[in-house]
Design a protein around this ligand. Sequence first.
Ligand code: XMP
Length: 512
Amino acid sequence: MAHTIAVLDFGSQYTQVIARRIRECEVYSKIYHFATPVEELKADGVTGIILSGGPSSVFAKKAPQPDPKIFKLGVPVLGICYGLQLMGKMLKGKVSRSKAREFGLGALSVIKPGRLFHRLPRKLNVWNSHGDKLTELPPGFDAIGTTDNSPFAVIEDRKRNFYGIQFHPEVFHTERGVDVIRNFLVRVCKAEQDWTTDDYIKQSIKDIRKKVGKSRVILGLSGGVDSSVAAALIHRAIKKQLTCVFVDNGLLRKGERESVERLYGKHFKIDLRVVDASKLFLRRLKGVTDPEQKRKVIGNTFIDVFEKSLKTIGKADFLAQGTLYPDVIESVAIDGNPAALIKSHHNVGGLPDRMKLKLLEPLRELFKDEVRAVGSALGLPNEVVWRQPFPGPGLGVRLLGDITKAKLDVLREADAILMEEMKNSGWYGKVWQSFCVFLPVKSVGVIGDERNYAWVIAIRVVESIDAMTADWTKLPYDLLGRISNRITNEVRDVSRVVLDISSKPPATIEWE
Ligand code: XMP
C-alpha cells in the first residue's frame, strides 16, 4: 500500500472508531499493536501515525509505550488523549497527574487554525475523557487550542508535523471531529483519498486467503445481514473451500429457508448445507415457557445440530462468523459486568472451544453501515442488505409461553402479512424492527353468526438507533387498520390484533 496511516492501539475503546473515521475520509489505515517496531511501519509504507487514547496513565508502571523511534521516522504524528500525554512526556514536556477526570463535553477555543483546523469554526464543542494532563509544552511545540480545563488542549510542532489533541475527535459528540481528522490526513500527511469499499473488499480477500491458505472454512448462515455479508465475502475469496450451514430450527419466518436456498445455493452457488432440525428443536422446547430457558434450549440445540453437521461435512479448520465491531464491544461489556446481561445474547464466541476451530471474522472491524456497503458491493440484494435484525432464537421468543407447530404457523402467517404491508407501504426500511408477537390468550370474536374463540396477535414496530433504547412507531391508522383486517380475515385462529405502544426502557423490544 503506497499510503498507510498507522493507528497505534493503546487500548482505547475508540481505536476502531478512529479507524472508521479514517475510512470515512477514504484513506487507507491499519491498526497496529502500540509497540510495533518502526522498521515494520516503514516496510508497510506508513505516511502518518495516530497514537490512540488508552485507559492507562502515563505514570503507570506498565504504561504502554510506542517505539521511541517513531518520532525520528520523519512522518507526521497525531496523539489523541493518552497519545498526546505520551508525546508530551516522551518529547520532554511535562505531564501532571490529575485527581479529577475531565469527562464530557467542553468548549474548545482554536487559537491558531493552522492545518488541523483549516476551514473550521474557532469554537467547537468537544468530548473529553482524561485524567492526566499536559502542563508544560515539549520544546518546539505551540498550543493552538485551549479548553477551560486545558491550556494545551491542542498542540502543534509545525516543523516536525507533530500534533496532540486532548479531546476525542473520533467520537460522535465532538463537533466537526471527522473534519479535524481529515485535515490531519489530507493537509498534514498528504494522504490520498482514494480508499473505497471495493478496495476494502480486495484487501479483505487478500487477508482471508493469506489466513486460510488451503484450509476449509465453515460458516453458520442465519440469513441475517452480518452472516450473509461474511459468507459472500469469504466465498469471493476462497470459493469452494467455504461451506455454509443453515439450520432450520422450525422457528423461522414464512419462506425464510426457501429464500436462503435460492440466494446462496442457486444464485451465489455456495456449497450450502441446509439441515432440517425443526422437529428436534420443537421436541426439546416442548413445555418450556421461561424465556431464558427457551434461549438456552435453542442455543444448545443449535450447537448440537451444528456440531453433528460438521461430522457429515468433513474436516474444517476455520469457523467463520459475521462478528461486527459493535458485537465485540457489547460482548466485552457483558463479560466485564454480569449485571449488563439482561438477555443472554450469544453472537460472539457462541461455539465452544471443544470444536477446535480457529475463528475467521472478516467483518470484525466494521460498523453496520459499512457492512451494508460491503454487502451491496458484493452483489447481495437490497432485501438482504437492508433486512431488519432478527433474534437468534427466532420466533421462539416471539411466541409467548409454550411453543407448538400449530401456534408457530399462526404467528408465521400473521407476521408475513405485517411484513408484506410494511414493505408495500414503504415503512419497512424506515423502522428498526416490525414484527408480530403471539399472545397465549384466547379472545372471543365473531365470524358470520358464529362465535370464534381464538388467539391474539400483537403488533410491535419500533424505531431505534442501536437497540439500546427504542420508541414505538406511530404508523398511520389506515395502515394499522389494513394489517389488522388482513390478519383477522386471513389467518385462521386469530380473533384480535392489538398494538404494542411501549418504549424501551422500561419495556424491551422483544416480548421475551
Ligand atoms: P431487546 O428485546 O433486548 O432487544 O430490547 C434488543 C435487540 O436484540 C435483539 N435480540 C436478540 N438477538 N438473540 C439475538 O441474537 C437474542 O436472544 C435476542 N434477544 C433480543 C432484538 O431483536 C433487538 O434487535
